[in-house]
Design a protein around this ligand. Structure first.
Ligand code: M6R
Length: 596
């Protein structure tokens, strides 16, 4: 979490940084700050709130200078206060730092910096002070002090520091991403960011900083950039990569919120997701067939799409695969051998728990294939192979179009593993066109009426079976993160083993009733809930007398998980808006969860 942008070049830094940090706001939106260097003075403006809110009072563009760093924060250490916002300075005000990640040993470091004056409760603030200490007490130059400071930090993180004395910028990476953008032709303009989207408007030439590496931009020698190993200090040669990635629009394009815009984009994204290279799909299907154990690994919503895959592979390919929540994956390490396959699923490609799971897999020589939506992400580069799910930039923290795109690619893989790739494609093309028809204003209006009925409900239960059981769990996540409602998904058959006791008069229960072998059991379970006073909302291709409210979905066979989650995405959006919440920025969350 947290987004970093840095700039060195001929342009006014604050303009570039403000635009870049707005793009990275999805990584955290507790507070925002920019520091620029003009002459030999570092000026800092920072405050709590989102970029636009802080900018309205601070006017970031008043910051002069051609060198600067910016940050958008998701708090880990220290509350949401102006003091805790980045950038942080050393005692002299000559070193400024922005940081993403956690300094696990910040308390020990702080204890060793007794004479320094700290202004915040953050772990980050130890970094500028440690650099200052190393320069003054050990006589190190700025770059050597940054290197030594970075090597002192424990935990996954990355930071960028500027020095007003030396007019240098140094970036160090130890577990969270930093990507360098270079001007197309000149050697005098550099961007550094947590995610390429922060500077893709200016350049698509990038260099990737890897873990335990640092980059130094030296303004005194014509913006030269130099890379070195953090550990050995040896100089490194880096390859320049051209990114040809169509991110899609990152604007709201007339919609009130990114969330509803991205829901509506599913008219096209399912078709884009299945536009894959057949050879690659078949090759990975073969890997799955020959693997001695395949693990599908993800977090949150991506974890639920992995669960969908587990059911799909059983149903379609008669193949046992395991879905595991990434944060639990290391507990399976005893099963891993070089014959194991890992399929890592992640929208951002930066989720710390998934990256750690990949590290565990790699330590056992496991082959890793990723399903991603962000090109150039850390996971893409850590994997042996990858698929892009082609959903385009997903800006709302709440995942929607990336989710259905992931399910589409996983369905395609299941069909390919069953030797029925073409059949799978036809099924998904039909689903893509059904989604296109389904997402119309009348449909949204019908769901918004239900949102009104559920406005004051404190609990919502969702039940499903088979390939739609994970969709019940995913539906609960959608309602939790947008409307802050207690929503819980269950395997419908489990209700009478306990949760049925929670149902009383008027308790809403969403029953996902696919037109498959689970249908009759689902209707029976919904009837049991209704008999206890439950209010049944049926998501199904056909109406049924047990439903108090029917959300019609097209009958798309085994692609039903794709169409069944969409009405809940819309419902969650409308309840959130009616309750006065901003559905793009759920409280306490961030889109890229780069801490464990
Ligand atoms: O970027 P990732 O797909 O790895 O993110 C995983 C989860 O953090 C993410 O799906 C989260 O659960 C979403 N907010 C759900 O909408």
């Amino acid at each position: 979490m947290c987004g970093i942008v840095a700039y060195v070049g001929p342009k006014k830094a604050s303009e570039i940084l403000l635009k870049g940090i707005k793009t990275l706001e999805y990584r955290g939106y507790d507070s925002v700050g920019i520091a620029t260097l003009a002459g030999n003075i570092i000026s800092v403006k920072k405050d709590i709130g989102k970029v636009d809110e802080a900018n309205a009072t601070l006017n970031f563009l008043a910051l002069e200078g051609n060198i600067g760093i910016a940050h958008t924060r998701w708090s880990t250490h220290g509350g949401v206060t102006k003091e805790n916002a980045h950038p942080h300075l050393d005692c002299s005000g000559k070193i400024a730092v922005v940081h993403n990640g956690i300094v696990d040993n910040h308390q020990q470091i702080r204890a060793g910096l007794g004479s320094h004056r700290f202004l915040s409760q953050t772990d980050t603030e130890v970094i500028p002070h440690l650099i200052e200490e190393l320069m003054s007490k050990e006589g190190l130059d700025f770059v050597a002090a940054v290197r030594k400071a970075a090597n002192t930090l424990n935990g996954r993180s990355a930071f960028v520091a500027i020095s007003s004395e030396t007019r240098q910028m140094a970036a160090a990476r130890k577990g969270t991403p930093l990507i360098i953008g270079l001007h197309e032709t000149s050697n005098e303009e550099f961007f550094i960011a947590s995610d390429v989207t922060a500077f893709l408007d200016y350049t698509n030439k990038v260099m990737y900083l890897d873990d335990n590496e640092m980059a130094v931009v030296d303004v005194k020698i014509d913006g030269k950039i130099a890379f070195s190993s953090l550990t050995s200090g040896n100089e490194l040669k880096k390859r320049v990569v051209d990114i040809h990635w169509h991110v899609g629009s990152t604007e709201k394009e007339g919609y009130d919120h990114f969330l509803i815009k991205e829901v509506m984009e599913q008219k096209h994204t399912i078709a884009a997701a299945i536009n894959q290279d057949d050879t690659k799909i078949l090759a990975v299907a073969n890997d799955i067939k020959s693997a001695f154990g395949t693990f599908f690994v993800g977090c949150g919503t991506a974890g639920k799409t992995c669960m969908v895959a587990e059911y799909l592979f059983s149903k379609i390919a008669r193949k046992h695969i395991n879905s595991v929540v990434a944060s639990e994956f290391s507990n399976y390490k005893h099963y891993l051998t070089p014959k194991t396959l890992m399929i890592a699923v992640s929208q951002s490609g930066e989720t710390a728990d998934v990256l750690e799971a990949i590290d565990v897999a790699k330590s056992k020589s496991v082959r890793v294939v990723s399903l991603l939506n962000v090109f150039g992400s850390t996971m893409m580069r850590a994997s042996d192979d990858f698929f892009m799910v082609n959903a385009g930039a997903e800006r709302a923290v709440v995942s929607t179009k990336a989710t259905t795109a992931q399910i589409a690619v996983l369905t395609l893989l299941a069909y390919a593993t069953a030797g029925k790739l073409q059949e799978g494609k036809l099924l998904l093309m039909n689903a893509a066109s059904a989604v296109n028809d389904m997402l119309n204003p009348r449909y949204e209006e019908h769901i918004s009426k239900l949102a009104f009925l559920l406005l004051n409900k404190k609990d919502i239960f969702i039940i499903g079976r088979g390939i739609n059981y994970p969709i019940a769990l995913e539906a609960a996540i959608k309602l939790q993160e947008t409307c802050y409602t207690h929503a819980q998904g269950f395997a419908a058959g489990e209700l009478k083993h306990g949760p049925l006791a929670l149902i009383d008069e008027g308790t809403p229960c969403i029953a996902i009733v696919a037109n498959d072998e689970t249908k009759q059991d689902m209707i029976n379970n919904a009837t049991e809930v209704k008999a206890r006073g439950g209010y049944i909302i049926g998501i199904a291709p056909e109406n049924n007398e047990v439903f108090d409210y029917w959300l019609k979905v097209p009958d798309v066979g085994d692609a039903s998980p794709i169409v069944n989650i969409i009405p809940v995405q819309i419902l969650a959006y409308h309840i959130a808006v009616m309750r006065g919440y901003n559905p793009d920025y759920p409280r306490n969350l961030a889109k890229s969860v780069t801490v464990k």
